[in-house]
Structure formats: structure tokens, C-alpha cells
Design a protein around this ligand. Structure first.
Ligand SMILES: NC(=O)C1=CN([C@@H]2O[C@H](COP(=O)(O)OP(=O)(O)OC[C@H]3O[C@@H](n4cnc5c(N)ncnc54)[C@H](OP(=O)(O)O)[C@@H]3O)[C@@H](O)[C@H]2O)C=CC1
Ligand SMILES: O=C1O[C@H](COP(=O)(O)O)[C@@H](O)[C@H](O)[C@H]1O
Length: 611
């Protein structure tokens, strides 16, 4: 009854928290999705104990709880997950929202702690992306309330020195500057540093002690309810030390009570074999569920939007096949060279750096069949299927290039091989174009062209979808002899100036019948006047929440390497010389010929003003 419920509230809460702990241990998947807590709610349906759900609640399968006191099983209840207002569990009616607010507050107090250790904290990526993203999450209240951040690297720094180092990289969103410096100060006070070697377990044991100290100080209430101390490690280090760190962290610094997850940065190997070896080594210490392989392109707003565009717009989904699409182009260009990263880059080259991961991931999302649901495994299953349907890339369908020095407007730009960290005479491609095919019913015969390059004339990432000709087009004489110019093209511009636009043929206003190509243009800056979060913010938030949708599963990785490994080997074994292109140009002409061979024109090179 309600009376009993309120008298026994604290006992019941404790019992139910223990039940939740048990549920977490017996069903880690469910627990990973579950961010709520159970409490004795004074709901009208008094025979039910209420289940208070957090904002982050994801569907949770019906389950049986074993309620335990001490070691003894005293009660066993099978009960359904149902909200106390009678709505389905993931729906809270707006009328009832106030009633829930109090519960949310209590819930927040009781949430677990999370410690995020950035391994390689002194490095470029950590400073440039990871710490700023963590701060942005803090600023937006998107990080659990009880968090600490640790930097770990060999460089000797005090806590204060690390705070000083990262404070230079933090920024507030231009559209939300309120209390920015206070927030920064609060954030920095939660940041600590530990200096250690990457392969020494005792150094990680020291880190463990420091983590426990911080977790303890966040846990005054936790002793009562058994709050979990969760730990996330971000491997922002060169790949040759991934396994050392994972071994040490898992043996000496993994969480004794909560989850331990590891975000692994690319490159995940150099080919099928080394990637499989890396996976195998990581799996000596971690389960697949603990490994979060990051591809930051999956966290970009427009890449996330791809599925929304496809699956929730009737105007697109029926057109998404060989029947209407002539070719798809995935284009990445940077207007700067390897600048400082030549040492890393030379061992990988542009195919491994951009195509095999970022562009292929976009392709998979673009081309996959409709997943059963938006659950991570359903999406990843579809991505694996489409990747496994792809034809192994042939040398004939690849063009490679490398930038050479160039002088323009009195300024000289270096060649790739001028980078002091690049070996003289290196044949590593800084540019590549490739034609890929998916041998399934939906995409049979449709070329998926990829192009990626550094030191080009512009910095851009986009997906271009060129549609077929309109059969028996009544207006064909208005287009002259070049019917290709009259086909529709959908452009999803991932960056910069995020946009989705569709090129259509349109009548120019006036008394005569003149047609032109115009854009139906969804320019994000005009439509959504907010600053778009950085990809790392979304991905870090997801990793903390245990959401795996945007991370790469090991079988996806295997399928991705299987497409590129043979050609990468052939390029290296035959020592194929890349075509040189001037720094700041549009890349090697070979890319035009490759496209022409497949009856394609690169959309980004169109003479069209609205390209
Ligand atoms: N930078 C970027 O833009 C991107 C990077 N990545 C990936 O992220 C990871 C980190 O990149 P980034 O920050 O650029 O890397 P860095 O080269 O800056 O290395 C990070 C830290 O690792 C330590 N370190 C460097 N080299 C070695 C070595 N040979 N042996 C042991 N420790 C070493 C250094 O810390 P200390 O000496 O203090 O121990 C360094 O500060 C890499 O896997 C990279 O491929 C992925 C996408 C983009
Ligand atoms: O992973 C990488 O990505 C960056 C480009 O990322 P972006 O978000 O700035 O577009 C690239 O410069 C780097 O070579 C590569 O390793």
C-alpha cells in the first residue's frame, strides 16, 4: 500500500538498488542500456513499485528481478516493465512530468560515477579534440554528474600543469557563452593527471589508486546504495602501444564494481591480417562489448542524418537503388598537407587513412538495407551485410597521387616528401580515387566512386548522388546535347557549411522556355542557428552511455579490410608510383579518366555555378 510504501521507502530503495546491481551483473547488455533506478513511487497503482526512468532510457526487455538481502534469496518477483502512469516505459506524459522531476533529481544523486582516462593526454588528438569534447559535454550537461577526468602519458606534468595545458584548448559554443569561464573552472577542477609508462602495470596500479580516491570522494551516498564506479579509457596513442595499454589497464586499473570500456582510435591495423591480430590481442584482455572502435566520421551530424534522410522521407527511399541512381560519389579533400603527421601518415597512406574507414563507413550507411530497428546490433548487422556484398577492389579501378611542391602568388607550398618525417623517395599516396561496386540486387552495376586527397584546392567532405536521366524527357532539346547535365543530383555536404541540396531543372522565369539547374537547398546555418557539436562529443557521450551504434564491430572491420587489402598489397609490392599533382590543385588527372571509364563525371568538378 501507499502507507507501507512511504514507511519503508528507504529500505525498499536499498533493496531495489541491490536488485538493479544484480540485474547489471546478470545481464550486462540490459544494464548498459539502463540508466534509471528503481524506487518506491507513491503511484496510485499502489500494488506496483514504480520504476523511475531516466532521460537516457532505452528499451529494456521484460525481466525477472531477484530481490536479495545479504546472501539470501528472500523474494522472487517476476514483473513487467511498466511506467506508473500506465504509459509504455519509454513514454512519460507531459502532464505527469512534474511528478517525475523529483524522481529524476533523486536518481541523479544516485547515479554511478564515471572516470574517463585519456591515455596519450599530452598528444595532438587529446588536446585538439578529446578534452574540448569532454568540456563541451560538461557544459551541455551531457556527462554524468559524478565524473572525473584523468590524463595519462609519459610526459611529467602536475595536475595543475595539465589543467593549464588543456585550458588553452577549451572553448564555449559561440551561441552559448553564459558562465563560460565558471564552467571551465569547474571542469578543470575535475581533471587530474598521472604520469606513467604505457607498458608498466605498476604505473596503472598507481592510476587505479588515484581513480579510487576520486571515485571515493564522489561516493558518500554510494556506500548505502552500492553505486557503481565506471571507467572509460580513451587510447589516444600510436597503435603500436594499444595492446600494452589495454593489458595494463585491464589487469591493474579496470573497475572492480562497474563497467570498464576502452575507446580505440584508428588505425585498426594496416591490412586484414594485422587488423585481425590486433583484434585478437585486444580480446585477450577485453570482451568485444568493452571495445569501442571509433571512426569520428560516424559522429558527424550529416552522417548521422543519412539514415533519417533515407528512412523517414518517402521521396527518397523508393529512389534508393540501381533503378534510379546512376552513381554515388564519396569525396574527401583537405586543403593542407600532412603537416607534422607525416611520420604516421607515411606508414598508412590516404587509402588506409580515409577511404577504408571514413568513406567506407559512409558508403555502408548509405547503401545498407533497412535495419530491423535502430538498435546498434541491427544497424551494424546491415552494415556488415552490405560490406560483405562488395567486390574486392581491383588495381585497374584505383588511381593514386602524391602532392608536389608548388609556388603560387609568391608563396611556396612544400611537397609531401619535403616533410622531414617522410622518407625521401616515399611512394605513399596522399591522393586516391577508386571505383567500388556492391554486388547485390539493390546496387548491381552502380559505381560507388571514392576520392580522397590532401593538399588539394579545397577542404570538403560530401556525398553526391547522381540520378538517372528522365526517360523520354519532353524538355530534352532545352538541354542541348549534354543530357547528363540535366540529371538530378542530391548532395549531402558533410563539411564545411553542412547542407543537403538537390539539383533540379527549373524554368527560368520569363516569357520564353529557358531551363536552368537550381538547388533546393537546406543550408544548416540558415535553418538551424546553433553550433553543431563536434563528432567527438557525440561519440564520447555514446561510449559513456554504452551506445555502440556509431562504433565499429570487429566483423565490420574484417569486411572493410577484405575490400582493400589485396589492392594495398599490390600497390606496395609493384611499387606503383603515384601521379604527382601540385599542392593546392584538383588532384591527378587520372581521377577524371577513372570516372570516365565508368561513365561518371565528378560532381565537385562540374562547371555548374551551383556545384
Ligand atoms: N591527431 C589527429 O588528428 C588524429 C589522430 N588519430 C589517432 O589517434 C591516436 C593519437 O593521435 P595523436 O594524438 O596525433 O598522436 P601523438 O603522436 O600526438 O601521440 C600521442 C601521445 O602518445 C605518446 N607517444 C607518441 N609516440 C609514442 C611512441 N612512439 N611510443 C610511446 N608513446 C608515444 C606521446 O605522449 P608521451 O610522450 O607524453 O607519453 C604523445 O603525446 C593515433 O592512433 C592516431 O592515429 C586519429 C584521427 C585523427
Ligand atoms: O582520421 C583522420 O581524419 C582527419 C580529418 O578529419 P576531419 O574531421 O578534420 O575532417 C584527417 O586529417 C586525418 O589525416 C585522418 O587521420
Amino acid at each position: 500500500s501507499d502507507d507501507w510504501c512511504s514507511n519503508e521507502r528507504s529500505t525498499i530503495n536499498q533493496l531495489l538498488h541491490r536488485a538493479l546491481l544484480l540485474a547489471r551483473y546478470s545481464s550486462p547488455m540490459a544494464a548498459a542500456c539502463f540508466h534509471g533506478h528503481l524506487s518506491c513511487a507513491s503511484s496510485p497503482a499502489s500494488s506496483n513499485l514504480g520504476l523511475v526512468l531516466s532521460r537516457k532510457y532505452k528499451p529494456w526487455p521484460a525481466s525477472t528481478f531477484h530481490l536479495i538481502v545479504g546472501q539470501e534469496l528472500v523474494t522472487r518477483w517476476g514483473f513487467q516493465i511498466k511506467s506508473s502512469n500506465g504509459y509504455p516505459p519509454n513514454v512519460v506524459s507531459s502532464q505527469k512530468e512534474e511528478q517525475y522531476t523529483e524522481h529524476f533529481k533523486v536518481e541523479q544523486e544516485l547515479e554511478s560515477t564515471v572516470s574517463i582516462t585519456v591515455v596519450g593526454a599530452s598528444g595532438d588528438l587529446a588536446k585538439k579534440k578529446i578534452f574540448p569534447a569532454l568540456f563541451a559535454l560538461f557544459y551541455e550537461d551531457c556527462i554524468p554528474k559524478h565524473f572525473t577526468i584523468f590524463g595519462y602519458a609519459r610526459t611529467r606534468l602536475t595536475d595543475e600543469e595539465m589543467r593549464n595545458m588543456i585550458s588553452k584548448t577549451l572553448a564555449c559554443r559561440i551561441d552559448k557563452r553564459a558562465n563560460c569561464s565558471d564552467k571551465m573552472e569547474q571542469f578543470l577542477q575535475r581533471c587530474f593527471y598521472h604520469s606513467g609508462e604505457y607498458g608498466l602495470e605498476e604505473n596503472f596500479s598507481e592510476l587505479d589508486r588515484k581513480l579510487k580516491e576520486q571515485e571515493g570522494s564522489m561516493q558518500c551516498l554510494a556506500q548505502i546504495v552500492g553505486r557503481l564506479a565506471n571507467r572509460l579509457f580513451y587510447l589516444s596513442i600510436p597503435p603500436n602501444i594499444f595492446v600494452d595499454v589495454v593489458r595494463c589497464a585491464s589487469r591493474s586499473a579496470s573497475s572492480p564494481t562497474g563497467w570498464t570500456r576502452v575507446i580505440v582510435e584508428k588505425p585498426f591495423g594496416r591490412d586484414s591480417q594485422s587488423s585481425a591480430e590486433l583484434t585478437q590481442s585486444l580480446k585477450q584482455y577485453l570482451t568485444e562489448d568493452q571495445i569501442f572502435r571509433i571512426d569520428h566520421y560516424l559522429g558527424k551530424e550529416l552522417v548521422e542524418n543519412l539514415s533519417v534522410l533515407r528512412f523517414s522521407n518517402l521521396v527518397f527511399e523508393p529512389l534508393w537503388s540501381r533503378q534510379f541512381i546512376r552513381n554515388v560519389q564519396l569525396i574527401f579533400s583537405e586543403d593542407f598537407g600532412t603537416e607534422g603527421r607525416g611520420g604516421y601518415f607515411d606508414n598508412y597512406g590516404i587509402i588506409r587513412d580515409i577511404m577504408q574507414n571514413h568513406l567506407l563507413q559512409i558508403l555502408a550507411l548509405f547503401a545498407m538495407e533497412t535495419p530491423v530497428s535502430l538498435a546498434a546490433e541491427d544497424i551494424r548487422n546491415e552494415k556488415v551485410k552490405v560490406l560483405r556484398s562488395m567486390r574486392v577492389l581491383q588495381l585497374d579501378d584505383v588511381v593514386v597521387g602524391q602532392y608536389k611542391g608548388h609556388t603560387k602568388g609568391g608563396r611556396s607550398y612544400p611537397a609531401y616528401v619535403d616533410d622531414p618525417t617522410v622518407p625521401k623517395g616515399s611512394l605513399t599516396p596522399t591522393f586516391a580515387a577508386a571505383a567500388l561496386f556492391i554486388d547485390n540486387a539493390r546496387w548491381d552495376g552502380v559505381p560507388f566512386l571514392m576520392k580522397a586527397g590532401k593538399a588539394l584546392h579545397t577542404g570538403r567532405a560530401e556525398i553526391r548522388v547522381q540520378f538517372r536521366h528522365v526517360p523520354g524527357n519532353l524538355y530534352k532539346r532545352n538541354f542541348g546535347s549534354d543530357l547528363d547535365k540535366a540529371t538530378n543530383e542530391l548532395v549531402i555536404r558533410v563539411q564545411p557549411d553542412e547542407a543537403i541540396y538537390l539539383k533540379i531543372n527549373n524554368k527560368v522565369p520569363g516569357l520564353n522556355m529557358r531551363l536552368d539547374r537550381s538547388n533546393l537547398n537546406l543550408l544548416y546555418a540558415a535553418r538551424y542557428p546553433i553550433e553543431i557539436p563536434d563528432a567527438y562529443e557525440r561519440l564520447l557521450m555514446d561510449a559513456i552511455e554504452g551506445e555502440r551504434r556509431l562504433f565499429i564491430r570487429s566483423d565490420e572491420l574484417d569486411a572493410a579490410w577484405a575490400i582493400f587489402t589485396p589492392v594495398l598489397k599490390e600497390l606496395e609490392e609493384k611499387r606503383i608510383a603515384p601521379e604527382l599533382y601540385p599542392y593546392g590543385s584538383r588532384g591527378p588527372v587520372g581521377a577524371y579518366y577513372l570516372a570516365a571509364k565508368h561513365n561518371v563525371r565528378w560532381g565537385d568538378l562540374s562547371s555548374d555555378n551551383n556545384s
